[in-house]
Structures are given as C-alpha cells and as structure tokens.
Design a protein around this ligand. Structure first.
Ligand code: 13P
Ligand code: SF4
Length: 308
C-alpha cells in the first residue's frame, strides 16, 4: 500500500468505527499529521475525557493510553505500538510506592502522570509538566510532598515553590541527557534565541539556567504557545526533537534549533502509520485497567483535572 492509500484507509476506518486518533507531539511527523487531536500529556488526558468517539487510538506510549482508559472506561482504547514504554513509568512500581508511603505516613504523594495505573492507585494527586506548579501550590503548606518518579521535574518544582519535598530518583532517558553545558553552548551560538526547556531535563533546576533571562521552562504545549506569541525569530528547543514538526508548521517564518539532533524518544517512534492502520483494522492492542485499580487510579487524575 502506498503512503496515501494507508492514510485514506485510516480515514475510512475511523469513520466506519467512530474512532478518534490522539497523538503526542513526540510521535513521528506523519503520525502527528493524521491525528484528530495532537497535544501534550495534559491536553491528551483532557481530550480522552471529552471525546464522543467509541474508539480512541492512542498514538503515544503505554502509560498515556492507560491514563485515557482510566479516564474513559466506557471506551475502547487502542495502542498501535504494544510495547511502547517509558523509562519514567518503569522506574517505580505500585509496591515500591506503597512502601515509601508507609515510611513517610505524613507525606502527600504527587505523581507525574508518567506512571503506571498501579502507581496512580497509591497516589494522592497527579500532575503533568503543564500543571505541576499549580498542583503542588494547591496542597497544604505544612505537608511534606513525596514526588514521583521524575527527579528533575521534582527538583524544578522544589526550586520554584520552596516546598518541602522528597523526590523519587527516576528520570526520562531522553531529557536526562539535556545538560546545563549543552544549553549554555547553544545559547552562545544563537545569542538572539529564546531557549524553551522541558522541566524533565537534567538542567531544569540548575541556577545557571534558571537565571538565564532568555530561558523558559515549559511542557511541550507551553513551548508551542510561547513560540506562536513571541516576536523572536529563533528558538532553541530543549525537548524531544519531533516537537519541532508542529512548531515549524505553525511558524514557517521562525527558526527552531534542536538542542541536540539525538534528543529522540525511540519509544514514541514505535508508532507508525502502518501500525495505526492495523490497530483500527484489528482493534488492537486494547489497553484496559482492572476495575478495582482503575477506580483508585481515577481519583488522583480527577483531582488534577479539577485544578487545571
Ligand atoms: P508533556 O507532554 O507534559 O510535555 O511531557 C513530555 C513527555 O515526556 C511525555 O512523555
Ligand atoms: Fe517517557 Fe521520556 Fe519518552 Fe516521554 S520522552 S515517553 S518521559 S522516555
């Protein structure tokens, strides 16, 4: 089948089956281009809750499809790339979190949404990179926060809010490689550019970065809003490289410079047009969370969605 034939067939099956395609900004450009909704983790969760489709084809990694299934239990959620995982979600099990909570009974557990349903089931409130500061600021001042699983995002929140926090030591294998030295070198090369940095990055909580006037910390959707609103012509993009596809499409007259050409999430790239078509044809791979865990995992997501 040619590229166009695959796209036509996907469109036809979507209509026949009342399906919707949700995709994250880190997926391949050709996958982003067929999405009904393209977004960051927060936007995708909100969209999963709103859609009237019967089937959600989730072009992203497993925890994202699982979150959609927790939010919309009445819908069939399909993940085209069955084994697309995430180093953050894999850094902590439900059992480990339960034990950590036991050792810190006075702590409030805030989980980044990049976690499994089992971890969410032991969580008090979830957050994404887009609403993390708001979520943490909404919690009682006198309470200690147990933040899981991203140590970089957690350290950034701690710096910005001054809250008492303990951090799990997980990281994103992609953003962990984005260092202060890389940012400083690129900003010397492009002194006129704004620098848009994802808070999962290794450098996100370094004062040398936080004090740079042209550096901004954003979720992927935040970067897209900033670039559209800014009068600047050049932007250094310190997150997964495929975000530039959307940035460039929206702003053809602006220049987007990747922080490094290898800032690539291989897991997100497992989603292809071919496996999206197969997902729709065979209604595979269904992501479903056992109902007892789903009900417990829904509460911290619901609390988060009420805050934003
Ligand atoms: P956002 O979607 O919140 O920007 O996070 C990026 C990410 O790494 C998702 O896995
Ligand atoms: Fe997980 Fe990092 Fe890939 Fe996002 S970019 S899915 S956090 S491994």
């Amino acid at each position: 089948m040619t590229h166009n034939e695959i796209i036509d067939k996907i469109g036809q099956l979507k209509k026949e089956k009342n399906a919707v395609i949700l995709a994250h900004y880190y997926t391949r450009p050709e996958v982003q281009d067929i999405a009904d909704y393209l977004g960051d983790s927060l936007g995708l969760s909100q969209e999963a809750g709103k859609t009237s489709a019967d089937i959600i084809v989730f072009c992203g990694v497993h925890f994202m499809a699982e979150t959609a299934s927790i939010i919309s239990p009445g819908k069939t959620v399909l993940i085209p790339a069955q084994h697309a995982g995430c180093s953050l979600a894999e850094s902590l099990t439900g059992y480990e979190l339960r034990e950590w909570k036991k050792a810190n009974p006075d702590g409030i557990v805030v989980s980044y949404v990049n976690t499994t349903a089992e971890v969410k089931a032991w969580t008090d409130i979830c957050c994404t990179s887009a609403n993390a500061l708001k979520v943490v600021e909404s919690l009682p001042q006198d309470k200690k926060i147990l933040f899981v699983p991203d140590k970089n995002l957690g350290a950034w929140i701690q710096k910005k809010t001054g809250r008492q926090m303990e951090l799990w030591s997980g990281d994103c294998c992609v953003h962990e490689k984005i260092t202060t030295e890389m940012i400083l070198a690129k900003s010397q090369e492009y002194p006129e550019a704004d620098i848009l940095i994802h808070p999962e990055s290794n450098c996100s909580h370094d004062d040398r970065i936080l004090n740079l006037p042209q550096a901004y910390m954003y979720s992927t959707a935040g970067m897209i809003r900033h670039a559209a609103a800014s009068l600047k012509k050049q932007f250094i993009i310190a997150t997964e490289i495929e975000t530039i596809h959307k940035l460039q499409k929206d702003n053809p007259d602006k220049e987007f410079i990747p922080i490094h050409p290898k800032t690539i999430c291989g897991q997100m790239k497992k989603v292809t047009l071919e496996n999206v078509l197969e997902a729709l044809e065979k209604e595979q791979y269904v992501v479903k969370v056992p109902e007892d865990i789903r009900q417990r995992a829904w509460l911290p997501i619901e609390r988060m969605l009420k805050i934003h």
